[in-house]
Design a protein around this ligand. Structure first.
Ligand SMILES: N[C@@H]1[C@@H](O)[C@H](O)[C@@H](COP(=O)(O)O)O[C@@H]1O
Length: 269
């Protein structure tokens, strides 16, 4: 495992996906152990599956108290019923929530079955605020740089809102549904301000398909065209990658004036 502090980013590069997941689990479990009533922001997709598996495994060995923990998921497809097997609500139950002593009333996801989306978005923000905000937000990243379902745009969408999903995002999630035509074309997602207000952020990325976007997000221009780039402005980010996702960071040779580039060349390791 390579560990570096790079500006605001606590960077860890694991050898494998499994090691990345164990490291991420340590960060989440430490958060909950240090603050029993932690508010966790949670993500879905393929990337955090290993993290959730590790949390469940650790919890089996040495019961962790989640009874006071509150959770808020980043996003949910729209329209979709929470009991639909393709919903993120269902995903969270089968991969994490069913195995922990979390109170059902402490679990929150945007309601994909709402008949009033605008109200649902406002209520979701209000619920996050009412518990004092998110302590630790887990994030994955799309190959187009989206976080949550905040797609590349001309501006940073601030708060929980309804999103039209990009075709690229629909294709990337098609494997969960069997085919892309079954993926809903919209979703309700926390906004960029909702994410940036989290006290700490844990971003995970795995696989070579994420290498380019990780490099751009960390070293590129901060732009709503690559929503994850805003994380360069957050004060406490933990970025845990596997080797493949870190490939472009490790190999790039930045001009001598670029402190980050120098630190992250292969040689410095
Ligand atoms: N809405 C989710 C995101 O929360 C997730 O982080 C991202 C990456 O997904 P994956 O981890 O499957 O690559 O895309 C999905 O569309």
């Amino acid at each position: 495992m390579i560990s570096r502090t790079v500006g605001n980013i606590n960077l860890k590069i694991a050898d494998t996906y499994e090691e990345m997941s164990r490291e991420a689990a340590k960060i989440v479990i430490t958060q909950v152990t240090n603050k029993a009533d932690s508010v966790l922001g949670l993500a879905t997709g393929s990337t955090p599956l290993g993290l959730y598996e590790e949390i469940v495994k650790t919890n089996k060995k040495k019961e962790i108290d989640f009874s006071k923990v509150r959770t808020f998921n980043l996003d949910e497809y729209y329209p979709i019923h929470p009991e639909d097997p393709y919903s993120y609500a269902h995903y969270m139950d089968v991969h994490l929530f069913d195995y922990l002593n979390l109170s059902r009333k402490h679990i929150h996801l945007p309601d994909g079955a709402t008949t009033n989306v605008e109200q649902e978005c406002r209520d979701y923000e209000a619920k996050i605020k009412s518990v004092g905000g998110i302590d630790l937000q887990v994030l994955g990243i799309g190959t187009n740089g989206h976080i949550g379902f905040n797609e590349p745009n001309h501006y940073f969408e601030k708060r929980t809102h309804l999103v039209d999903l990009n075709q690229e995002t629909i294709e990337a999630n098609a494997h969960f549904f069997g085919c892309s035509s079954k993926v809903p074309s919209q979703a309700i997602s926390m906004g960029i301000a909702s994410i940036m207000e989290a006290k700490r952020i844990l971003l995970l990325a795995s696989g070579k398909q994420k290498a380019e976007v990780i490099e751009k997000a960390l070293f590129g221009k901060i732009s709503p065209q690559l929503p994850a780039s805003i994380l360069q402005l957050h004060k406490e980010v933990y970025l845990v990658l596997d080797q493949e996702a870190a490939a472009s960071i490790i190999n790039q040779v930045k001009p001598p004036s670029c402190y980050w580039g120098k630190v992250l060349t292969q040689q410095s390791y």
